[in-house]
Design a protein around this ligand. Structure first.
Ligand code: ADP
Length: 460
């Protein structure tokens, strides 16, 4: 049996940062992933390809806004070209990752599926057959997968996988797209397709869209979304059926009434589920619907077995997975005595709708749950020079401080540059900055980040 210092189950964001860190420290490392490439679902069907589509959609939207400059008002884009752009970025990044991997000695990636036989033995079923490894340390980084509900006709619908994987199933722009699910994937996709020229109907089971996020932030965002998106809440989807041509019809109940909606495509976006590798439950590493339970050191019940990324469900975002992977690496280097810890709270999160909303840390809804009071300060993009230049004056930056110390604890941004601004605010939070620190930093004019200092100055 081959000996390894570290085996990672998966080669996504939760796996490879640790794999590189340990290999550079001289460890023998193997990553196992059925895709046979690094980056997991983020590059395959997640963050990167979806944002490749988003940015083209935002350009289409900008073109609409700036017809006064003589640009054509045509909003329907050539979706095949959008897909080609997305595929090219994926191919480029896969090639880049292959080069990064080739540059590191004692680190190998095997195309295959890993199974735990006991707490130190992993069996890998790959193209060359079966191989067993004795592993001093293991990182379970098997990620998550789209949840497809047991709905009659679910196979007639698309998932985010079909939209964003390389050479995707959807290659033409649907005239009418039906989106089932009002989480961030459903809302983002609705937003992209509306900007690209589709009419979109989004159906949500309960009343709250973006459930789990601060309701006040959500209430600021929703009215800013494209009027091409119709949102129906309180919908209980019954079945999806084939309709005339290549269309789909969706049967649903609302207020006790059965209704039928016809569309060119149906997207099911009702959540993701963690993937537990085979054999994990047998050695006592079980997962519930959210994932494998871990604390901030990322260790499971076995100090040498870590569960990082989507598989633990704590913060299922790529950048959170990367940080968790490095925490695991540091703890392995520390002899599996915890010496580094993940911060699950201060992770920037962006809903990449058009416009976007982003948040971090403690916002009022969470503060209320914890019985804390916050001091808030805001800056409206209506006053912002960059927002005015771009004719995108909707939304705001809102900052939340600890009373007394005025230490920055959280924020949201709805509107322009939300995804970038929340990162800048995040570094201030983890740096322990206060309203005084933010107020005395002369940020650039005319950039939207100057709103951060302006919001802080409004308190002083
Ligand atoms: P994360 O961001 O947490 O790394 P991803 O979903 O991006 O999550 O990546 C997880 C990767 O793990 C995926 O590429 C998936 O195919 C892979 N994977 C899932 N189950 C196994 C398994 N049993 N063995 C090896 N790789 C696995």
């Amino acid at each position: 049996m081959k000996e390894l210092d570290l085996l990672t189950i998966g080669a996504g964001g939760a796996a490879y940062p640790a794999a590189f860190r340990l290999a550079k420290a001289g460890a023998q490392v193997l990553m196992v992933d059925p895709k046979g490439v690094m980056s997991g679902n983020c590059l395959y069907e997640g963050c990167v390809p979806s944002k490749a589509v988003r940015e083209t959609a935002e350009l289409a939207q900008a073109q609409q806004r700036f017809q006064k400059l003589g640009l054509s008002g045509e909003t329907r884009v050539d979706y095949a070209a959008v897909v080609a752009h997305k595929d090219a970025i994926q191919a480029r990044r896969y090639a880049q990752h292959a080069e990064e991997l080739a540059a590191v000695a004692n680190l190998t990636l095997v195309k295959g599926v890993a199974r735990l036989l006991d707490p130190h033995t992993v069996q890998v079923e790959g193209e060359q057959g079966e191989e067993r490894y004795h592993c001093r340390n293991i990182i379970i980084a098997s990620g998550s997968d789209v949840f497809v509900p047991p709905l009659p006709g679910a196979e007639l619908a698309l998932t985010s996988h079909d939209l964003y994987k390389p050479d995707p199933t959807l290659k033409t722009l649907p005239e009418h797209l039906i989106v089932v699910g009002g989480g961030y994937i459903g809302l983002e996709t609705a937003s992209f397709f509306a900007a690209l020229g589709s009419r979109v109907t989004l159906l949500q089971k309960g009343d709250q869209l973006l459930a789990g996020m601060d309701p006040e932030m959500v209430a600021l965002l929703l009215p800013l979304l494209s009027p091409r998106i119709s949102i129906l809440t309180g919908v209980d989807v019954q079945a999806i059926e084939k309709s005339t041509g290549n269309k789909r019809s969706l049967r649903y109940l609302r207020d006790g009434q059965e209704q039928v909606l016809e569309g060119d495509a149906v997207l099911l976006a009702v959540g993701r589920r963690p993937i537990l590798p085979e054999g994990a439950a047998a050695i006592g590493i079980a997962a519930d619907r959210h994932g494998i339970s871990v604390g901030t050191s990322l260790q499971t019940r076995y100090p040498h077995i870590y569960a990082c990324g989507d598989v633990n469900g704590r913060v299922p975002l790529f950048h959170a997975a990367v940080r968790q992977s490095l925490v695991a690496a540091h703890n392995i280097l520390g002899g599996n005595q915890a010496c580094d810890y993940a911060d699950f709270r201060n992770v920037p999160t962006t809903i990449f709708t058009l416009p976007a909303a982003a948040y971090i840390g403690i916002t009022p809804a969470l503060a209320a749950k914890e019985g804390r009071t916050l001091v808030s300060a805001s800056y409206a993009f209506a006053e912002d020079s960059r927002a005015q230049i771009l004719e995108r004056m909707e939304g705001e930056i809102r900052l939340f401080f600890e009373p007394g110390s005025l230490r920055l604890l959280g924020a949201w941004v709805v509107g322009i540059d939300a995804g970038n601004l929340i990162g800048q605010i995040g570094t201030a939070i983890v740096g322990g900055h206060t309203a005084y620190d933010l107020a005395r930093f002369a940020d650039q004019h005319p950039m939207s980040a100057e709103g951060i200092g302006k919001a802080a100055r409004s308190l002083l």
